[in-house]
Design a binder for this molecule. Sequence first.
Ligand code: URA
Length: 259
Amino acid sequence: MTGSDFHQLRALLEWQVELGATEAIGEHPVNRYDALDVAPKVVAPASAPAPETHEGAADPVDAARAAAGAAGDLEALHAAMAAYEFCELKRGARNLVFSDGNREARLMIIGEAPGREEDVQGRPFVGRAGQLLDKMLAAIGLGRDASGKGNAVYITNILPWRPPQNREPKPDEIAMMMPFVARHVDLVDPEVIVPMGNISCQALLGRRGITRLRGAWTQALGRPALPMLHPAYLLRTPQAKREAWHDLLMLQAKLRGDG
Ligand code: URA
């Protein structure tokens, strides 16, 4: 690389940072070494086995169903998800974000997917939206750190890996992770589920439109479910906190047995 290439590349990078690019992660992994033409390519002998790919292998949803169904407890489910190779998101993520909170909880919150902070820490809802979620829960006497079953909360997401640049999860990514979510719910066995945000409603209820779905009890995976506004939405739309408070009170009443 010449000195002028270096300065040109640097100026381009600075310009991208100026525009708001915060990470050098794309939709698909790129092997930059392939682009370099500096060394002769090592050609594999004709008899070498082809690298394993998933093309032609089992259907991703069937494979997820088999792996999730074989998991007898949460540790086994975690291990099964870590060993699952069909979801491309895994390759761009730092950590598998499995869950947080008390597994004895009567309430299970199911969010969408990890963001940047969750990806770094390997725990769901630890960024700004997560901090707001903790405040919302505390306002009705609940918490992920509570040891008593009555006020404990268990939290997970539809997707355990962060989508690049926090893009929307694709339908096939949701479909292949759903058997794991369903098994997760079976194993935790909560009395009540809160699908949090549109992606979670799409995955669990087959419907979007959280502003219409919220505020009314429905069923998800055979259990009572109360769709709620995502705290990230509340950060952008503070005037919607009024509806969120209404829903929190509905949730509290249900858990107290008078809702
Ligand atoms: N948003 C989610 O839906 N889940 C997280 O874990 C963090 C942000």
